[in-house]
Ligand binder design. Structure first.
Ligand code: HEC
Length: 179
């Protein structure tokens, strides 16, 4: 049993490393490998834990980055502020969302592959047409349960005070849908 846990931990570490490499070099080639690893890791519930626990740590980092950009925003002209908001949203997405949702919002992040339910593919046109921007903002700030979805989608209460960053995230999600 001990060996199994070690194996599973190694797998999940390898999974993180592997998918990082995948993002850098082009996802296509490495995706099947990381999916296979996730399937193996999934039954061992301990293997999924480190990935999920990574979220709070990356949140702390995001807060720092977000704080700096919010300050810079204060006296910038409007257009620049909008660009800064979009940058902040992109940074935040990389720091907080990619683990589960994947760099292209396909729900194939290293942690996302082991989740049940899995995050949907944001490019799903039917879903894009069904949900309002308000729904998206709400789920981002309040987490899955705020709109009747799974608590695996974590809340981001700090973003309540940064509507322009939430708007940027919504724009990114719409962008994955081809808009
Ligand atoms: C710990 C993994 C995890 C992280 C981190 C995460 N999500 Fe999710 N997210 C999920 C899961 C799982 C679902 C699907 C919930 C369901 O279908 O019940 C989801 C669903 C969503 C949805 C879809 C709601 C719908 O109508 O289907 C949006 C939008 C979303 N997440 C945005 C984000 C954004 C933006 C971030 C980063 C700020 C983020 N998520 C971070 C796991 C995560």
């Amino acid at each position: 049993m001990k060996q199994l846990i070690v194996l599973a931990a190694a797998l999940s570490l390898g999974l993180t490393a592997c998918s990082k490499g995948g993002e850098a070099t082009g996802e296509g080639a490495k995706a099947p490998a990381s999916k296979a690893a996730a399937t193996q890791a999934a039954p061992e519930s301990k293997a999924a834990a480190p990935a999920t626990e990574a979220a709070p740590a990356s949140e702390a980092a995001a807060d720092e980055a977000g704080g700096d950009e919010a300050k810079a925003e204060g006296d910038a002209p409007k257009a620049e502020a909008a660009a800064a908001d979009m940058e902040a949203a992109k940074t935040l997405f990389t720091q907080r969302c990619v683990t589960c949702h994947g760099a292209e919002g396909k729900g194939d992040g290293p942690a996302g592959a082991a989740l049940n339910p899995k995050p949907r593919t944001f490019s799903d046109a039917e879903w894009q047409g069904k949900v309002t921007d308000e729904h998206l903002s709400k789920v981002i700030i309040g987490g899955g349960p705020s709109v009747g979805l799974s608590p695996l989608m974590p809340p981001n209460p700090d973003l309540q005070a940064k509507p322009e960053v939430v708007a940027g995230l919504v724009k990114m999600i719409r962008g994955f849908g081809g808009k």
